[in-house]
Design a protein around this ligand. Sequence first.
Ligand SMILES: [Zn+2]
Length: 309
Amino acid sequence: MSAIKTILLVVIMMTAVVGHSLADLKVVTTISDLARIAEAVGGDDAQVSTLCPGPRDPHFLPAKPSLARKLAKADLLCYNGLELEIGWLPLLLNKARNPRIKPGSEGDMDCSGAIKTILDIPDGNVDRAMGDIHALGNPHYTLNPENAVLIAKEMAYRMGQLDPENKAAYKDRATVFAGEVASRLPGWYEQLSEARTKSIILYHSHWNYFTHWQHLKVVGEIENRPGITPSPRHVQSVIEKGRDLDGVMIVAAQWDHQDVAEDVAERIGTSLAVLPGYSGAQKGTDNYFDFIDRLCTRMAEAATAASKE
Ligand SMILES: [Zn+2]
């Protein structure tokens, strides 16, 4: 190879390397649903990674050094907020010492700020010392796809602030995401028409945004206070309530106490639907749309099963 060719090749390679690092906005999300939305908005202009993998319960995540290293490189941190990550994110941020994403900086995005209606805001005293984990209201808002659209729009705005060159591309992708959600909403709603005639008992109030969006009837929760192991007396009262109703479905996430949920279902005489808590929590739900599809399909199946019991 001639000297000129070698120099040209080196220049091309260097441009590629430098170009890549400049073009990619490094986005770190706390939960997988936010990662899927960030990927849809960021496209080729962002590198997205998540701290809590889909199959893990994000209320409780060990603050491992590898996660702090991810945060140390981030340009934008998108977190759920409403204290979902309170047990581990502050610790990790402390370890990461990254001024770009520190609270109040341009790279600090609390996604709950984009949500118009927060459910289950406690009206009385909340005792955090007792382990109450929804002290600021229910944090599981990504289970309503209409909220995912609000988050996508806000992410596009924030990504555009940090990377003005690609501002229009972020905005366009958020619009495409919103269009995809809008086109699927009627089908998702239609799928649960039978489920709307049933009563639902939840293990944890994880599903409230989903049931609220779908107008499903929740008649009880196995956990009497979010995050706290239910007392036998409360479990008994839920079972008695369930026995008095026709067509009851029990719904739990795969990280809930399955033995308790199964016992309640058995004693009521109905079946238990174990659903993925977030995108990627079960096989075949990596994509946000596949995740919502799975929730609708499994709830619809559970409703049909409840009719037969
Ligand atoms: Zn929760």
